[in-house]
Design a protein around this ligand. Sequence first.
Ligand code: FMN
Length: 192
Amino acid sequence: MKRNLGPVNALYPSLTTIIGAVVEGRPNFLAVAHVGIMNHGQPQYLSFGINKAHHTNQGIHEHREFSVCIPGENLVVQTDYVGLVSGKNTDKSKVFELFQGELAHAPLIKGCPVCMECRLAQVVDFEAHEVFIGEIVATHADEGVLTEAGKIDIARVRPLLFDMASVKYWSLGAEVAACWSVGKELKRAVRG
Ligand SMILES: Cc1cc2nc3c(=O)[nH]c(=O)nc-3n(C[C@H](O)[C@H](O)[C@H](O)COP(=O)(O)O)c2cc1C
């Protein structure tokens, strides 16, 4: 028996990221868990929805560039902090050690194992949120989280998963099965 909870967003857990932009001349960061992948392929885009009242929006509109970094579990305190306080009244530019990539206004966080630089492609206007869509220009990954084939190994990244119902950060669990593979037996059985 299922209970209808109404229009509750149950698309959790989601990846916790830290979005960075340059606002009023200084880097500003906020925690963002409402992220998405768009146009899997080339160009590669990503999207995220943030409240129009946030400080970071201003810098993204002004410079049309931003960063998306993936913190590991070791950065849970700093990640939560930049999701608790606003750049409107707190300078968050010194929370992380930064590095420069290709874009001048996409501040990148050294301590995050994976960081992306994005150029703003589109903004979609909703009642409370603006959805920013960015083209990924470059992705910087620590050697230590890469497989021998040069792919990002999420088991080594140890991402923070965000859950709205429990309002908690969760860890990645164990792998379950191989994608586009474990269903093949059923596919064969259905086809006969
Ligand atoms: C784990 C976590 C995830 C968050 N995800 C979002 C989000 O997806 N969208 C949003 O608008 N705010 C989100 N927030 C809230 C902002 O990070 C927070 O309001 C921040 O202080 C805004 O900073 P700014 O005003 O300096 O831009 C999240 C906060 C936390 C702690």
